[in-house]
Design a protein around this ligand. Structure first.
Ligand code: CTP
Ligand code: MG
Length: 381
């Protein structure tokens, strides 16, 4: 089969009881956005032709709103994950389907692509990781049997199948409840094919999983710092954009892009920490492509470039100097934007704002200046 259509089902219809937020854990904040947002974003790739997201009745409005910018469809789930998937399978039209837990926002693109490839070659592809601890059976606090660690795996999602096979398996499963899709497929179709998942691809289960200060596994000893600065002059206009936040002002900032001095300083700090060239090299201001550009989108690209170079973000610290407008009421929203785009916890992102006491070009109200320091860690391979 060539050019098979790939559908994705993202399971988000649970209650998240073990996390104890008093609401679905997937709507609790993670890096400045609902946890589910990060999972949805991971499937916004050309290889996924259609995405359907299961939701409970209570969360339907909120989950539909999260889906809408991506063009995904929210559908009502059931009482159990098994029921939710069974319902969602009726809503998709792909030849191949990837089923993924909304609670796994750290899934890597390479794992998603490996699942699709495995379905094309072998009819199924289920992400799993090998056991590293010694594994045993136990009862009443005693070890009753030692297990062969080399043939044990922890099964994750995504799990990919040919749609007609997994639909048939779920039909044959009757009212039984399963903890994942590979079990249903294994019972009624064939032994599922395993592909290599990743340790990073954890399932958010308890509240403590949301508090992790380090978004990915890092080898802390290779921390590097980078510094970035930017200035834009005021010109005619009635608003400015700072850290992605539109702020009313009696002037605008003159720039080829949207003039977001904070994001520009942060981008240079990221690139500098990774030992790369500055933003002018990646996004030349002579290029019409970047005229009026949304600097948030450019920062997303910089984060990708830095990630490709093998680094993950540690923290971002920004200082912005402006005689006007008053920035204090906007700082929280600006920090939220920074945290969401950089994929860092909010308390790893800080923005301080001040005036220049009427001294110099900032003090005379001629423009705005921003300075940023970023730390990066070398990613463990
Ligand atoms: N899920 C679902 N429909 C259900 C139950 C769960 O779509 N009726 C989804 C969850 O939203 C989650 C995934 O299946 O993304 C894996 O389930 P789990 O981690 O157990 O989440 P919850 O069931 O929400 O959490 P808990 O078991 O702690 O209540
Ligand atoms: Mg559950």
């Amino acid at each position: 089969m060539k050019n098979e259509k790939v559908s994705v089902i993202i399971c988000a219809a649970g209650k998240g009881e073990r996390a104890g937020f008093g609401k679905n854990k997937l709507l609790a904040p993670l890096f400045g956005a609902p946890a589910l947002y990060h999972t949805l974003k991971k499937f916004n790739i050309p290889e996924a032709d259609e995405v359907v997201v299961t939701s409970s009745k209570e969360d339907y409005k909120e989950i539909s709103a999260l889906c809408s910018p991506f063009g995904y469809k929210a559908v009502r789930g059931g009482k159990t994950r098994t029921e939710s998937v069974k319902k969602a399978l009726k809503e998709i039209s792909g030849d191949i389907v990837l089923i993924h837990d909304g609670a796994r926002p750290f899934v890597q693109k390479s794992v998603i692509l490996a699942c699709i490839e495995s379905v094309k070659k072998f009819g199924s592809g289920v992400a799993a990781v090998k056991f590293t601890d010694t594994a045993v059976y136990g009862r009443l606090g005693e070890i009753t049997e030692r297990l062969d660690r080399d043939s044990l795996f922890r099964v994750q999602t995504p799990q990919g199948f040919l749609t007609e096979d997994i639909r048939r398996a779920y039909e044959l499963s009757g009212g039984n409840v399963y903890s994942d899709d590979s079990a249903v497929y294994g019972d009624f179709i064939a032994p599922p094919r395993l592909i290599e998942g990743s340790e990073e691809n954890v399932k958010l289960t308890y509240k403590s999983d949301f508090k992790s200060e380090i978004p990915a596994i890092s080898c802390g000893e290779f921390t590097r710092a980078g510094f970035g600065a930017d200035v834009h002059a005021f010109g005619e206009g009635n608003f400015i954009t700072l850290a992605g936040k539109r702020i009313d002002c009696d002037k605008s900032l003159i720039a080829h892009s949207d003039g977001d001095v904070i994001f520009h300083a942060v981008m240079d700090a990221y690139l500098s920490a990774a030992g790369l060239k500055d933003i002018g090299h990646y996004f030349p201001d002579t290029s019409p492509e970047f005229a009026g550009a949304d600097s948030g989108k450019l920062l997303e690209k910089v984060i990708e470039i830095v990630k490709k170079a093998g680094y993950i973000g540690g923290n971002v610290s920004v200082s912005v100097q402006a005689e006007k407008p008053r920035l204090a009421p906007h700082i929280d929203e600006m920090v939220n934007n920074l945290s969401r785009i950089c994929g860092l916890p909010k308390n790893n992102c800080a923005i301080a704002a001040g005036t220049c006491e009427r001294l110099g070009f900032v003090g005379e109200g001629l423009g705005i200046a921003a300075y940023a320091v970023v730390t990066l860690n070398k990613e463990c391979k």
